[in-house]
Design a protein around this ligand. Structure first.
Ligand SMILES: [Ca+2]
Length: 374
């Protein structure tokens, strides 16, 4: 938690210049050590009203973006272990609050996998609490989250099941692990992608800790899937993620070229990055510029709400006006998707994803469909 000692150190570290200091106060909502964090933001307004400079989103916008993802992760894992999600005192805030659709206790048969789930759930819950404390009254509320039909739609889009076939991600620990795989790697790339945009060193320090924990989680899930020989589904899911997040071949399954690939890295041995817009491509399960869909049927709360547009660039160039930062308001060409539900959005995503992948991502198709070892 951001206790007084942490806050004192954070202010000390972040007070390198007047801009840093002002931004830290604005983003953290801390007017001084003896002053309630609510005091400043009561007059300054929510994070969405905070000014954004020309370099990108404010720290509060980034933290709130992360908070949306942590809400999703916490609800996914907490409901898996005992059917209960976040308590009512951990979900309020700015923006449009929403309920959670789907999710129930997984009938774990392997004690160790259940223990993994419990530990990860506790971390996700702690991350929600940390970010909410850091953001104070600027914290966004938990948006509507779908952890039922969204996973079924993702399974269809990944080709794990056919349209109309039943798929309950909470039905078995194997399905649960695949569901965790769908969301877990994305958190790592989201924090990595956000790192260069964070201006406060205090927040960068916290974000480094968050990224590391997400990487541990992803490593646990990937290693467990590999140990269970659930290789082919991870290839299909990785291909799905890669097909919606743009032409670059980013995503990697747990096996590449017949060898274990538990840590997805680039040539420098670094995890790769996704912009907020690319993260939302996966969260909304669409390669198009969308404001909602998939796991967030009413969109995420905060400033970073729009997925990137990867649908119309046959030569690999980014489409003009594509809001790859995810900041709403920089693109007027995106369709009004208010009428599209999860199913419609994902059906669209699956078709468009396949088209995008086949046209432009031959490398992905080649690498990511490597047959698992016999
Ligand atoms: Ca890609």
């Amino acid at each position: 938690m951001f206790d007084q000692s942490f806050i004192a150190k954070a202010i000390s570290r972040s007070a390198e210049n007047a801009v840093d200091r002002r931004r830290f106060f604005q983003t953290a909502g801390i007017a001084g050590l003896g002053v309630s964090s609510a005091a400043l933001l009561a007059t300054a307004g929510p994070a969405s009203a905070a000014p954004m400079d020309m370099e990108g989103p404010s720290d509060s916008a980034i933290l709130n973006f992360a908070l949306n993802l942590e809400y999703l992760e916490a609800e996914f894992y907490l409901r898996a272990i005992d059917g209960q999600g976040l308590s009512s005192d951990m979900i309020g805030g700015t923006g449009t609050p929403g309920g959670v659709t789907g999710g129930h206790a997984v009938p774990f048969k392997t004690k160790k996998i259940e223990q993994y789930a419990r530990e990860i759930a506790a971390d996700g819950k702690a991350h929600v609490a940390l970010l909410r404390t850091a953001l104070g009254s600027a914290a966004v509320s938990r948006p509507a989250i779908d952890i039922g039909a969204s996973f079924t739609a993702a399974a269809v889009a990944a080709g794990l099941i056919k349209e109309g076939e039943p798929f309950d991600v909470y039905e078995s620990e194997e399905n649960f692990l695949l569901g965790a795989f769908i969301v877990e790697d994305v958190g790592v790339t989201a924090y990595k992608g956000a790192a260069p945009m964070i201006t406060s060193k205090a927040f960068l320090d916290a974000a480094a800790g968050l990224l590391a924990v997400e990487a541990y989680h992803a490593g646990i899930i990937r290693t467990t899937l590999y140990g269970l020989d659930l290789i082919a589904p991870t290839i299909a899911i990785s291909d799905l993620r890669d097909s919606v997040d743009g032409p670059e071949d980013l995503d990697q399954p747990v096996v590449l070229s017949d060898v274990a690939n538990l840590v997805p890295t680039d040539d420098n041995g670094l995890v790769f990055s996704r912009t907020p817009g690319q993260v939302l491509n996966i969260a909304y399960l669409s390669p198009e510029s969308m404001r909602s869909g998939g796991f967030f049927p009413n969109g995420v709360n905060g400033e970073l709400t729009v997925s990137a547009d990867h649908t119309a660039q046959p030569d690999g160039a980014m489409p003009s006006g594509a809001p790859d930062t995810g900041i709403e308001g920089t693109n007027s060409s995106g369709p009004d998707l208010g009428l599209l539900g999860v199913g419609g959005g994902v059906a669209l995503a699956a078709g468009a994803a396949l088209a995008v992948q086949h046209k432009m991502n031959a490398k992905t198709t080649t690498e990511n469909t490597t047959a698992p070892p016999a």
